[in-house]
Design a protein around this ligand. Structure first.
Ligand code: SAM
Length: 274
């Protein structure tokens, strides 16, 4: 008998593996986006069975990203390097930054071809933003691409965004050293914004999701403790209030409280290179 065949939708780039869930598309599914496959939706549903408020975590993370970009824009940052940028969804970095300054420059970098293709599609006609396929675990190549993009000038302060991506990097791939390598390439006055899944608040839910993710996507998720996440800011001066639960980083209104304080599955912070 013929196996079940799924046609590749028009938005999906050729060659994309539709039989394996990807973190980018699962996250898109959790956010209610439309650039995901059956296998991604299934994985997202399994996660929700374990932790029903998982979609709130995704919203909470997006809200942190928006607030961090506004904060950095207000601090004068006019170029953003967004690594692990994901599939475009509400409140993309260029939208937030270019609302403050239409000439703010944004380079999106992601390892996932669907994320890069979608970002490229929505950026047609935008002279100040682009998307490239790049791997955070190869920081030198990534920095080279950034410099050659014409959008990122490494002699000027950069807003480095590592939002919900470092928990996809394994310990033996040395996430802390990767952040340090990027930091070393940037001038004083640059900022980094990091958000990261954590076991700090809800260790059992974190362990459950971590175990489940080991089966359903290429990479798996790592819920790290507060000390490991704080260590990623080595060499950056922490902006108040430091590393905190996602909804507690500079909340602007009650609408930012997607997750109840004390219950967030993510920690976040912003640091400045001095
Ligand atoms: N930053 C966005 C946000 O917070 O809304 C998207 C986060 S999404 C959960 C994580 C993204 O990181 C995915 O799009 C995934 O493809 C990307 N990613 C995972 N490993 C990566 C790597 N080694 N280099 C670049 N991107 C990576």
């Amino acid at each position: 008998a013929k196996g079940f065949r799924v046609d590749r939708p028009a938005w999906a780039p050729e060659g994309v593996d539709m039989t394996q869930a990807s973190p980018a598309r699962m996250y898109d599914a959790l956010l209610g986006g439309s650039h995901n496959f059956e296998i991604d939706r299934k994985a997202a549903e399994m996660g929700k069975k374990l932790v029903p408020d998982l979609p709130r975590l995704a919203l909470s993370n997006r809200a942190f990203l928006r607030r961090a970009v506004r904060y950095l824009s207000d601090a004068g940052i006019r170029q953003f390097l967004d690594i692990g940028s994901g599939i475009p969804t509400a409140g993309n970095v260029h939208e937030v930054a270019q609302q403050i300054d239409p000439r703010a420059r944004v380079l999106y970098a992601d390892i996932d071809p669907v994320a890069v293709t979608q970002a490229g599609t929505i950026l047609i006609g935008n002279d100040f933003a682009a998307a490239v396929q790049a791997d955070l675990r190869k920081p030198d190549e990534l920095l080279d691409l950034a410099a050659r993009s014409g959008l990122i000038d490494l002699s000027e302060p950069v807003g480095l965004l590592l939002v919900a991506v470092l928990h996809l990097v394994r310990d033996d791939e040395q996430p802390r050293e990767l952040v340090a390598r990027l930091r070393d390439a940037m001038p004083a006055g640059s900022y980094v914004a990091i958000s990261h899944l954590t076991s700090a608040q809800r260790p059992e839910d974190a362990a459950g999701l971590e175990a489940q993710s080991a089966n359903d996507s290429h990479t798996g998720l790592r819920f790290r403790d507060r000390a490991a996440i704080t260590a990623m800011f080595d060499g950056w001066e922490m902006i108040e209030p430091g590393v905190v639960e996602l909804p507690l980083w500079h909340p602007e209104s009650d609408r930012d409280l997607h997750e109840a304080p004390g219950r967030s599955l993510g920690l976040a912070g912003v640091g400045r290179k001095v």
